[in-house]
Design a protein around this ligand. Structure first.
Ligand code: ARG
Length: 467
């Protein structure tokens, strides 16, 4: 509302020809998008320059008018960039704010810019350009996060930790292997981002209101000038499509879900009870009342940001779901969802990259925990299958009895004397102790993608080469 500058009651100078009076104050408030779509100013101006250049090239406007328009638009760009531009809510949105200023700067030639286009293809263009840049930024940020995990995986290819299912100790794994699980997850996110860039890489400008235009425009020329692969092929779809925004939000939601799982693990790992990692001071906070505390606030906020991103995805899907073709004003509500999700996602990735890089890993705690909870029970069962020829189901049963015995004695499997093990099954020899340590357990899991340090190193090399 602070943006108000012009008289509320006069009819709109851009489309007010058939209107006797201006909009009601509430109408203006619900209608205006300048409060948020001013973020698209650079894309809007770039698009207009490409459009005007094409119009002149095709002989639709004169070269002199084009020069005036381009010069004026560049002036506006620097005005906005330097904070010397007064946005007006009466002018609704970024498109009309720029065009009105252009008229003030260059006079009647400004009126020729909107030839052979509509705000419908203009907004589709501006928003696509914005989302494309955001996807490119996301790709780079994910690459940095992946690199942070690859470094961690390399350092900890041999560090043993408990692997969990149901958050119960399952089998020993390496911390490097666990880190590489996140590399896979964020690697999928990154490839989704790359596909999304390909999907949206078509230029909407020239679709006009919805039906195309009678002017002899060259949409291939504007597509090329704006860095798109090609123009879109159906003008109706072009102005009614927001798939690119929804794809961005779905990718953000999936990546957000991954980030949230990581955040949850960091919250758990950094408790004194687990003590697997210690967050750096830079990524934790203290308590105002309990001096001993170090809280993982950044991880918790990453976990929470996921809620906002999911909300944005559901909001835009819901906004779009009942809309008849082609453009409806409902679609103006697309931008805030995407802007908010983009900000949350960027913050979440950046915070996680910092945490992963900075945290101290307590390998001694991890190793001690890896050995507890009878985590090598499967190794004992596998040994019985391999060395004593038992069917796996019988081996599972024998092992269960060994675990029960160890539990009753309050010791580990490796601490049971051979006589105890032989009482459970006579074919057990002292060779069994070779597989009951956590190191032997992880080293044996050399199947492709398994937790053995040798395998983990192969996967690290794969991802380093892939990038
Ligand atoms: N501010 C509008 C939006 O964000 C621009 C397109 C307006 N088009 C129209 N026909 N009213 O969607």
């Amino acid at each position: 509302m602070a943006d108000d500058t012009t008289d509320t009651k006069s009819s709109n100078q851009m489309w007010g020809g058939r209107f006797a009076s201006g909009p009601d104050a509430i109408m203006e408030e619900i209608n205006a998008s300048i409060g948020f779509d001013k973020k698209l100013f650079a894309q809007d101006i770039r698009g207009s320059i490409a459009h005007a250049t094409m119009l002149a090239h095709q002989g639709i406007i004169s070269a002199e008018d084009k020069d005036k328009i381009v010069h004026g638009l560049n002036t506006i760009l620097s005005e906005i960039e330097s904070g010397n531009f007064e946005f007006s809510r009466q002018l609704e949105d970024i498109h009309m704010n720029v065009e009105a200023r252009l008229a003030t700067l260059i006079g009647p030639a400004a009126g020729r810019l909107h030839t052979a286009r509509s705000r419908n293809d203009q907004v589709a263009l501006d928003f696509r350009l914005w989302v494309k840049e955001e996807l490119q930024k996301t790709e780079q940020m994910l690459t940095r996060l992946i690199a942070a995990f690859l470094d961690r995986a390399e350092q900890h290819a041999e560090s043993v930790m408990p692997g969990f299912t149901h958050l119960q100790t399952a089998q020993p794994v390496t911390f490097g292997h666990h880190c590489m699980a996140y590399v896979e997850m964020f690697g999928r996110d990154r490839s989704r981002v790359r596909h999304a860039i390909e999907h949206l890489d078509e230029s909407p400008i020239g679709a006009a209101a919805l039906a195309g235009t009678g002017y002899p425009i060259d949409r291939h020329m504007t597509a090329k000038a704006l860095g798109f692969r090609e123009p879109t092929r159906n003008s109706i779809d072009t102005v009614s499509d927001r798939d690119f925004a929804i794809e961005f939000l779905s990718i953000a939601a999936i990546a957000g879900m991954h980030l949230s799982r990581l955040a949850e693990e960091i919250v758990i790992w950094s408790t004194p009870q687990f003590g697997f990692v210690r967050l750096s001071d830079a990524f934790s906070t203290g308590s105002s009342i309990m001096p001993q505390k170090k809280n993982p606030d950044a991880a918790e906020l990453v976990r929470a940001k996921t809620g906002r991103i999911n909300g944005s995805l559901v909001a835009l899907l819901t906004i779009m779901k009942g809309l008849p073709l082609a453009y409806s004003k409902d679609m103006q509500e697309d931008k805030e969802q995407v802007f908010d999700a983009a900000e949350s996602l960027e913050l979440a990735i950046a915070a996680m990259t910092g945490m992963v890089r900075d945290m101290t890993v307590n390998t001694a705690r991890m190793k001690a925990a890896a050995g507890s909870g009878y985590s090598t029970a499967t190794d004992l069962a596998d040994w019985l299958v391999r060395e004593a020829g038992l069917p796996f189901r019988d081996a599972h049963h024998v092992t269960g009895r060994a675990v029960a015995l160890a539990e009753s004695k309050g010791c580990d499997l490796a601490e049971l004397p051979l006589s105890d093990l032989q009482a459970i099954h006579p074919d057990i020899t002292d060779k069994v102790y070779d597989v009951l340590t956590v190191e032997a357990s992880v080293a044996s899991r050399k199947s492709f993608g398994g937790t053995a340090p040798s395998e983990v190193r192969k996967q690290i090399a794969f991802w380093r080469a892939r990038n």
